[in-house]
Design a protein around this ligand. Structure first.
Ligand SMILES: [Zn+2]
Length: 149
C-alpha cells in the first residue's frame, strides 16, 4: 500500500497508507474536512517512504474524533508500524510515546495511544469515560486544533 502525504485547509498535514493511488483522500484527522494529496517530496523519490512519524498523530481529543474507536485504531496501527520501523532504524527513533490527548486532566500526564487502545479494549464505554476525564466542558473555537504541523 502506498503512503501519501495529505494536507487540509485547516493546516493539518499527515501521511496515510491508502489502498491505491486512486483511493479517495481521507478526511482530516484534526477537523474532519476533505483533504488533498500533496506531491511527494523530492527526497522521497526512488525509495519507500518511512511510516508517519509519531509526532504526526493527532494530539488532541478532537484530533481523534472525540475518541472515535476507528480513528484511534487507525492511529494505533500507524504507530505500531512506526515503532516497527524505528526498531529497525533506530536513527529515526522519537524518544517518547505518541500522545493522544494532553488536555484537561491529561495535562499533567498526557494520555498515550498505548493507554487509549488498552482502554478501548477493556472498557465498554471507554469513549465516554475518557471524554469525561478529558473535561469536555472546555470550549474550543472550531478549527483551532493546531497540534498537527
Ligand atoms: Zn483539517
Amino acid at each position: 500500500m502506498p503512503l501519501y502525504d495529505y494536507a487540509c485547509s485547516c493546516g493539518a498535514r499527515f501521511e496515510m497508507l491508502v489502498a491505491s493511488w486512486s483511493s479517495p483522500a481521507p478526511g482530516c484527522p484534526a477537523c474532519g474536512s476533505a483533504t488533498s494529496r500533496r506531491p511527494p517530496s523530492p527526497a522521497m523519490h526512488g525509495r519507500a517512504a518511512p511510516p508517519a512519524a509519531m509526532s504526526t498523530a493527532p494530539q488532541s481529543w478532537e484530533g481523534v474524533n472525540n475518541g472515535d474507536r476507528d480513528t484511534i485504531t487507525h492511529w494505533r496501527r500507524q504507530i505500531d508500524v512506526r515503532q516497527e520501523f524505528e526498531s529497525r532504524h533506530p536513527e529515526h527513533k522519537e524518544h517518547r510515546d505518541a500522545v493522544a490527548a494532553h488536555e484537561g486532566s491529561f495535562e499533567r500526564r498526557p494520555l498515550t495511544y498505548k493507554e487509549l487502545a488498552s482502554r478501548a479494549a477493556t472498557t465498554k464505554d471507554a469513549t465516554a469515560a475518557a471524554a469525561a476525564e478529558a473535561g469536555r466542558d472546555r470550549q474550543k473555537a472550531p478549527g483551532s486544533t493546531g497540534s498537527i504541523t
